[in-house]
Design a protein around this ligand. Structure first.
Ligand SMILES: Cc1cc2nc3c(=O)[nH]c(=O)nc-3n(C[C@H](O)[C@H](O)[C@H](O)COP(=O)(O)OP(=O)(O)OC[C@H]3O[C@@H](n4cnc5c(N)ncnc54)[C@H](O)[C@@H]3O)c2cc1C
Length: 208
């Protein structure tokens, strides 16, 4: 996201699991029958098991916020979104970066704050931080609520000395046509030059 590491440096080979005696099979699952504990694959094969653990993920749904997809919000929860965000703060040089959690629940409660702080760090390293504002707008009432109030206060205490504005309890309602105006439920608005968004995630369970 800030260019300090490449995508390749974050990848791991699934063959590692094979060496531990775990068989890895990549295929599309068409159906799961919990009664017979059978999994039907799209290639026609059926897998039987004594226990089935299902982890099909939670998809981002940016289309739920009017203007978000069209106006170029950067969905840094995806690899392509993180790579697009990578060069943005430098491009801004002067302006405002908004890290926005559009709605709750969302995947990984730490990730918005883990985005804002490296962005702050990258801007300082490039010696442009005094010309770029960084703000977090989050639909949740406070950071990392699943970890309890002490951790939540601790995260806020990390943002403050870095000059990162924090606006909790605001749900993203729309992005204006220019892509620079973010609108929240209840009528509040904010300006941004770079919009880094955790898009609505309807299937998320609320924790990591
Ligand atoms: C930026 C970010 C940072 C995070 N950091 C942390 C962290 O530090 N610690 C932590 O614990 N968690 C973290 N998380 C959360 C963690 O990544 C997710 O909770 C975890 O990946 C969810 O695993 P999953 O297998 O349920 O879903 P996914 O990782 O989304 O994987 C689901 C897979 O199922 C596949 N699939 C879907 N439908 C089918 C089908 N019909 N047939 C076959 N395959 C299918 C999908 O293609 C996908 O590959 C982070 C998440 C993000 C986005």
């Amino acid at each position: 996201m800030t260019g300090e590491r490449t995508a390749g440096q974050g990848r791991r080979d699934l063959a590692v699991l094979g060496r531990r005696g775990i068989e890895v099979r990549q295929a599309v699952v068409d159906a799961i029958d919990p009664e017979t504990r059978r999994v039907a694959l799209a290639d026609g094969e059926t897998i039987a098991a004594d226990a089935i653990v299902v982890a099909l993920g939670a998809e981002l749904a940016p289309e739920r916020v009017p203007g978000l997809e069209r106006t170029g919000g950067l969905f840094y929860y995806t690899l392509s979104g993180a790579e697009r965000l990578r060069d943005q703060p430098a491009v801004v040089g002067r302006g405002r970066v908004a890290v926005v959690v559009a709605d709750v629940p969302f995947k990984c409660p730490a990730a918005p704050y883990e985005a804002a702080m490296p962005i702050d760090h990258a801007l300082r390293r490039r010696r442009v931080r005094d010309r770029v504002d960084v703000a977090v707008y989050a639909a949740e009432p406070g950071p990392m609520g699943v970890a309890g109030p002490e951790v939540s206060r601790g995260v806020v205490a990390l943002l403050d000395p870095r000059g990162i504005d924090y606006h909790p309890g605001v749900k993203l309602a729309a992005v204006g046509d220019s892509g620079h105006e973010i609108r929240f439920a209840g009528g509040a608005k904010a300006h941004c030059d770079v919009l880094a968004v955790v898009a609505p995630t309807p299937g998320a369970a609320g924790g990591a």
